[in-house]
Design a protein around this ligand. Structure first.
Ligand SMILES: [Zn+2]
Length: 370
């Protein structure tokens, strides 16, 4: 069987100065990465040939492969820049910041912000959005703004250390948390952070989100990561979220909310909808008290393979079926609902206590077996 390489594996091979194995298959993200490197190498060569002084080119998204006339296609909104072409002087930065492709991205951020707010995923000034637009550049939402009512003029341009380069409003203090992921994971071109109530309920509980329940969640969210609580906006938070986010596209931030990433801002936003809908459904199902019906690790393997085909990482990809079956963290019967034993109206006798424990043990065993 031919070897399948992900973008991360290709990145590692190229960083080590090795060439790709003959006959290896590339995931879509890996293919994009190789194309990007080829473009960078050929533009570097061209610059040497014409011996022009170093000029900074305004980045524009590379054109997606043109489909044959009239052929159906999928719109591609991923922003691709030429590596090494970040604008540097104040004039270049302003021209870039006001260029048509960047204006389009600002409008898309406003659209996603409106959708976050309409879905009740952000409250007050909560949530923030970033799109990577260069080697060391990102667009981001400003601080202290309702995500439902932003305009393109509110957007900011920052470097990946969070220094503001353009925009009239002050950038969000949580941008650095997003960059914790972007600096480690080149496929993360956009991040969305919000506080969707159902997923955030899991983030503040001791329950782990269970898997093997709904196939779409396995494909589009993959294994949901959990970042330990750190104070919002601190370097420790960026470090922790980056550590978890490199391999997980959807991350529950303990005692806080959710951060998701994708190849473009809508792709990332969809994952916010996916995780909140999943957590809401799981919560309802758990409250039915009949246990959760899971599909097996053999089926989970199929879904993980599909996810990889779409170029999305999954830390479970190399696990064996027996390891995938280890899915016992979530005890809906014990955690999400009280047992059905009524509180005794009179002081409990030994027989009452024994009956309670027998009943309790039955419920727990049923949940374990269910
Ligand atoms: Zn937050």
């Amino acid at each position: 069987m031919p070897q399948v390489l992900t973008a991360r594996e290709v990145e590692a091979l190229l960083a080590a100065g090795q060439s790709l194995p003959t006959g290896a298959l590339l995931t879509p993200s890996a293919r994009d990465l190789v194309d990007e490197r080829k473009r960078a190498a050929s533009s570097a060569k061209a610059a040497v040939v014409v011996a022009t002084p170093v000029t900074v080119v305004t980045s524009t998204p590379a054109a997606a492969p043109a489909p044959a006339a009239g052929a159906p296609s999928i719109p591609d909104h991923e922003y691709r820049w030429t590596p090494g072409s970040d604008p540097r002087t104040p004039d270049e930065i302003q021209r870039f910041f006001n260029s048509p492709p960047i204006e389009e991205l600002k409008r898309r951020i406003c659209d996603m912000g409106r959708r976050l707010w309409l879905k009740d995923y952000t409250d007050g000034n909560g949530g923030n959005i970033t799109i990577r637009v260069g080697d060391n550049l990102a667009l981001c939402t400003p601080t202290l703004i309702c995500k439902g009512f932003m305009t393109p003029a509110d957007m900011c341009l920052v470097d990946l250390d969070g220094n503001q380069l353009a925009g009239t409003r002050v950038r969000t203090s949580e941008a650095k948390t997003h960059f914790g992921i972007m600096k480690r994971q080149p496929a993360a071109k956009a991040c969305v952070h919000a506080h969707p109530p159902h997923a955030t309920a899991f983030a503040i509980s001791n329950a782990t989100v269970p898997s093997c329940l709904i196939p779409e969640a396995e494909i589009f969210l993959g294994k949901i990561g959990v970042a330990k609580y750190e104070t919002p906006g601190t370097p420790a938070m960026a470090e922790e979220v980056g550590r978890v986010g490199v391999d997980h596209q959807a991350v529950l931030m303990q005692n806080h909310g959710v951060i998701v990433w994708g190849k473009d801002v809508e792709d990332a936003y969809w994952k916010m909808e996916n995780i909140d809908a999943y957590c809401r459904t799981v919560g309802f199902a758990a409250s039915l008290g009949t246990g959760l019906h899971r599909f097996g690790p053999d089926k989970l393997k199929d879904l993980i393979a599909l996810r990889q085909k779409l170029g999305m990482p999954d830390p479970r990809a190399n696990l064996k079926e027996a390891e995938l079956a280890d899915n016992s963290d979530f005890r809906p019967g014990a955690i999400c609902q009280p047992t059905s034993v009524p509180a005794p109206s009179e002081p409990a006798t030994d027989a009452d206590i024994e009956a309670f424990f027998r009943k309790f043990t039955e419920v727990v065993l049923r949940q374990l077996n269910g």
